[in-house]
Design a protein around this ligand. Structure first.
Ligand SMILES: [Zn+2]
Length: 76
């Protein structure tokens, strides 16, 4: 796929993205994206955005609101 901003070509890569979530910055690694090999412009597919949104809601939000601690099985 050709880049709109320059004459570069988009390539399949994984990137690191920062998201603001519940007032915190969440860093997600290995996000699949298309990155221009010349200007570095990054495109994230719609389904990837949806998957990240789901991940944040399932993994991050519950922990923020209701942290779960396991009672130690072996208490001396
Ligand atoms: Zn470009």
């Amino acid at each position: 796929m050709k880049c709109d901003l320059c004459d570069g070509e988009y390539r399949e890569k994984t990137v690191v993205r920062n998201y603001k979530w519940c007032g915190k910055t969440i860093v997600i690694e290995d996000v699949p994206a298309l990155v221009c090999d010349r200007c570095g412009d990054t495109l994230i597919r719609e389904e990837t955005v949806v998957a990240i949104d789901e991940l944040l809601r399932k993994e991050v939000a519950p922990r923020e609101y209701a942290p779960v601690y396991r009672f130690p099985a072996k208490v001396a």
